[in-house]
Write a protein that binds this ligand. Sequence first.
Ligand code: PMP
Length: 358
Amino acid sequence: MTVADEIQGLLRPGLRGLSPYGAPQLDVAVRLNTNENSYSVPDEVVRAVATALTSEIADLNRYPDRDAVKLRADLAAYLGHGIDAEWVYAANGSNEVQQQLLQAFGGPDRVVLGFGPAYSMHPLLAVGTATGWVDAGRGDDFGLTAAHAVDAVREHRPALTMLCSPNNPTGTALDLDVVRAVLAATEGLVVVDEAYAEFARPGTPSALSLLAEHPRLVVTRTMSKAFAFAGARVGYLVAHPAVIDAVQLVRLPYHLSALTQAAARAALAHTPVLLATVEAIKQQRDRIVATLRERGLRVADSDANFVLFETGGDQQAVWRALLERGVLVRDVGLKGWLRVTAGTPAETDAFLTAMEQQ
Ligand code: PMP
């Protein structure tokens, strides 16, 4: 028996034979596979973050503020909607926030419900927290209707329902009526993953607007996308303070480092500069949608910084052909479809040209 086999045998049964989450991190000229923000952090923000980090270093002998009080106040101020700091909780990426929600509210004998194709980490977080995972699917057009969502809730009686708006990998935002209908149908928590909210098309309301009336609603957000801050790992949730009290039961002590808190606050102090890239990215997103449609391909409506498109053939072959031309996109496992991140105009040029050539 190899050591690997022996260790596999020791794993808890729910994890045996599984593969970890991992989008390929290949060294390719044009990387459009993980929905990062293609623009690097502007110089002015680099300087501000460096100053903020420097002022923390001498105090690194001490643990950080466990409750990240100042960061939560800054995030609340950014969000608006009358949200107070007590309604905000931050962690190392919205992935960690969602893991903590599942640790606190999921677990053995409980079910988390999702509607795939949606964010691929949701089922993995369920496995990691020993929570049952039910994927109730979507319509052929990737849409999610209130009737379908409510039927699934009634059938499975989930402890948590994961909604993703704008949805990854399809890109389309969810009608708030679906969120309302799910809240009315379930006795559990409803989590709306809004990682891409800042990229939504005009007139797309955020589930933040429902929070005041719905104490079982949780909205998760991140600085990884619109703020071009993925490497810093800062995500957060917005919910009734009672939900946040519950999450504190499972978080590790001092989970968010002093450096992370300082870097995030410095970035938030430069919100307009950082969010300036959002409009530019939305233009490239709309250009990708329009161009691929002109070429006769089916494309999902996008409210995010990426586009799901039908390849018109075997998506694995198209993925490889694009890679040979130096463009890395994402095969999300949907037969005939691929997902591409919208980045700079030059990256869009490279992608659209490579698509034409393959
Ligand atoms: N939610 C969705 C829908 C995502 O696509 C991502 C990142 N790919 C995340 C959450 C997690 O982002 P982070 O942990 O960087 O905040």
